[in-house]
Design a protein around this ligand. Sequence first.
Ligand SMILES: O=C(O)CCC(=O)C(=O)O
Length: 251
Amino acid sequence: MLSGEQCRFFRMAGYLPVGQVSSHEEVAALKEEVSRLLGTPSRSGAAAPENHMMRAHAAGGDGVNDGHVRVALHLCHISDLFRDHALNANVASTVRRIFGEDPVVLTSLLFNKPPKVGQALTPHQDLPYYPYLGDDDLVTCWMALNEVDSSNGCLEYLPASHRSRITHRETGEQQTLEIDPDDIDMTRLVQIPLKPGEGVLHHGLTVHRSGANRSERPRMGVATLYVQASVPVTIDDFPYPALVPSPAASR
Ligand SMILES: O=C(O)CCC(=O)C(=O)O
């Protein structure tokens, strides 16, 4: 349960570290599921559809093109384990407190930065990717699957940036929208190191970025996107129907 102080911090800063979200056993099972969905050298092929995967591209941040999956989309809609993770009762209850009403799960995404070649993600707000949502309709829970810190590209937030929409520009096919770094104060970014299974919430307008993975360690995180249940999202807006946490879970 979220304390009043935590609620106030989220409202002021636009993000909030929430501690342990999943157990070490659950994290291990999710990592194994990632291998199944994305495929590994020792495993033939990926179980996830190719059109759900965004691969490293020569024009990406660091010019590295080994074809690895940078982002995998819609995991909670194609995997029982990721669906169970997205419906996590504690997170649903925390997000309910922030929204002041029941949340539903729009989708979940894996962000993957393999050792040495994992690329930086440029500053952006999430809401411009979902033009049918209003300013306060979206909260993300980002959970680390590996230990993340400044050397392998932990998340970085711009505090209090969730109070307005900032102009984004098109970048190309991988991450299509970004903020011109000259439009924000990059020196105010706050890094969020996390241990495996720990999570952080952010508002749909909080500016965030992450650095390249310069370390020898993997860096994966899963972002689960919650929308207020009263907000109509149709099949024309989004390809999968929202998942509904059980009422008891979100209380
Ligand atoms: O994991 C990352 O580097 C970026 C995550 C992100 O953009 C998000 O969760 O909205």
